[in-house]
Design a protein around this ligand. Sequence first.
Ligand SMILES: *Cc1c(COP(=O)(O)O)cnc(C)c1O
Length: 395
Amino acid sequence: MTAAPQLAGRLRGFGTTVFAEMSALAVATGSINLGQGFPDYPGPPEVLDVARAAIGTAADQYPPGPGIPELREAIAEHRQRFTGQVYDPDTEVLVTAGATEALAAAMLSLLEPGDEVVLFEPIYDSYSAATAMAGGVVRPVPLHPPEDGAGRWTFDPADVRAAVTPRTRLLLLNTPHNPTGTVLTTEELDFLAELAVAHDLLVVTDEVYEHLVFDGARHVSPATLPGMQERTLVVSSAGKTFNVTGWKVGWICGPAPLVAAVRTAKQFLTYVNAGPFQPAVAAGLRLPDAYFAGIARDLQARRDVLVRGLQEAGLPVISPEATYFATVDVRGVQPDGDGLAFCRSLPGRAGVVAVPSGVFYTPQHAALGRHLVRFAFCKSDDVLGEAVRRLGRLA
Ligand SMILES: *Cc1c(COP(=O)(O)O)cnc(C)c1O
């Protein structure tokens, strides 16, 4: 990472990310970019058509601050359909500029300087930065990969208990989890919910992969557990569900006082965004159940192609239960076990780009992720097939 010397202290350490380096490397070497997690295939036509029709109408102007009523109603309906929970579209739902703004606005509006945020690492990169911008302090708890590669990532409950202090204000959960692809189980969530209630913590849950779950795994929203809805802000996004990551339409659902707090910060960050995309996302959220089941099935097939390809290339892979990503252990093909060095050499060795999982760890736990590398499989059949053929050169 490189940072400008003028950068304020609270943002030190958040310079240009390795994603930029790896994407530039992909372009410079003509490699297939399995680093960044965005689909290279379009969203459902029912959604895209609504956006096209909205451009050139009044939808191009500032929408209402909390989001257009039609979208807030669709968000509440979707939430009720998939979790049974009732949220008032007028006071308990807020449309944001992607999940990223929802998370940043939550941190900025809920944290006092010095407040601590307990979260699991590896960490989605914006969490640490959003916490730092709000003057908060991250207290990371490691998720441990399965010993033999088969099985799930999980945490030691004692580590979570030890991370909670009198300064802890907020528990930040991400399920399904990026970058590990883990889906928190009901038992794990029971433990976390009891802890949150016992310590009267606020909870923010990032559920942007709520529909991208494979095999027998089932996404359970932490907000559905006893004592949780009244303390939890649920964050989600259209990007991953409708293959429109560039639209940046996200939302937050939660109790009215917490949503009002987030709205206070949000109105001075972007105020509003994505006018013509808001009715399109409303249409998407109202698609039949078959659409949501279909995207999971489709992505599961892509996961299977990549996981098999990585295995055949001699890379031990932890098969994900959800999301866009698979993680490999590079120690067998990279003698010094350095995931960053492996990623820098991969374009030359195989014409493929991935990202070192070390970037998803705080400096104090960097060693835990040093030998791990993340590959995205949200790519079209042609691209994924060619990537797998190229990775075969490693074998
Ligand atoms: C992609 C992603 C986001 C960002 O969502 P946007 O709606 O694009 O802001 C947030 N959290 C996780 C875990 C993600 O993978």
